[in-house]
Design a protein around this ligand. Structure first.
Ligand SMILES: [Cu+2]
Length: 204
């Protein structure tokens, strides 16, 4: 009886020691990692302030319909080769609609004429399929589902927020406009996309 019991005890102690070594080792490693992380994060007071002329890297357009009622927002983010537009909209007529960036940051319902022409209309023809096109503010048509919702997911390749070239956040701003009809990507000056049914001023 003695030998087997001693052997069992010895085995238990051996396992327990092994476990405690693992626990201690883990504890030591965890503490070490935390120490390194804390050392790499500077205190808030040491973070350099943003310079006054910093480029904007995101902007937002709160979209309204012809009654001036909010229908959602589009978030614009600067990417290497342009600006990404992402958003979720509601309350729109189902189907395909012309979708553009217009040249002035003003959306006066119900006609939204205050948004002006397409951004870049003076420098190019309108439409992805037109010779000499597209305008910097041309976008792909917005697809509105049967439940009147739409998801925006596009890249405007010919513009920047405030980083040179055709800027959205320049002195007179810019606006996102949704039209009643699809843009045929060819007819001048607006792809035969008809009335303006929603608009949102792009704000940095
Ligand atoms: Cu338009």
């Amino acid at each position: 009886m003695k030998l087997p019991l001693a052997a069992s005890l010895a085995r238990f102690v051996s396992i327990a020691c092994g476990m405690s070594i693992v626990v201690l080792a883990c504890g030591r490693d965890g503490g070490g990692d935390r120490g390194v992380d804390e050392a790499e994060v500077p205190p808030v007071a040491e973070v350099a302030p943003m310079p006054d002329d910093a480029f904007a890297d995101s902007a937002r357009a709160n979209m309204v319909d012809t009654r001036g009622v909010g229908i959602g927002a589009v978030i614009l983010t600067a990417v290497g080769e342009g600006v990404t537009l992402r958003g979720a909209l509601i309350g729109l007529p189902p189907g395909e609609h012309g979708f553009h960036i217009h040249e002035t940051g003003s959306c006066e319902p119900p006609a939204f004429e205050s948004a002006g022409d397409h951004l870049g209309a003076g420098e190019a023809a309108h439409g992805f399929d037109a010779p000499g096109g597209p305008h910097a503010g041309d976008l792909r048509n917005l697809m509105v589902a049967e439940d009147s919702t739409a998801t925006v997911e596009q890249v405007a390749a010919g513009v920047s927020l405030s980083d040179g070239g055709v800027e959205l956040l320049d002195d007179d701003g810019a606006a996102i406009v949704i039209h009643a009809q699809p843009d045929d990507y060819a007819t001048q000056p607006s792809g035969a996309s008809g009335d303006r049914i929603a608009c949102g001023v792009i704000e940095g």
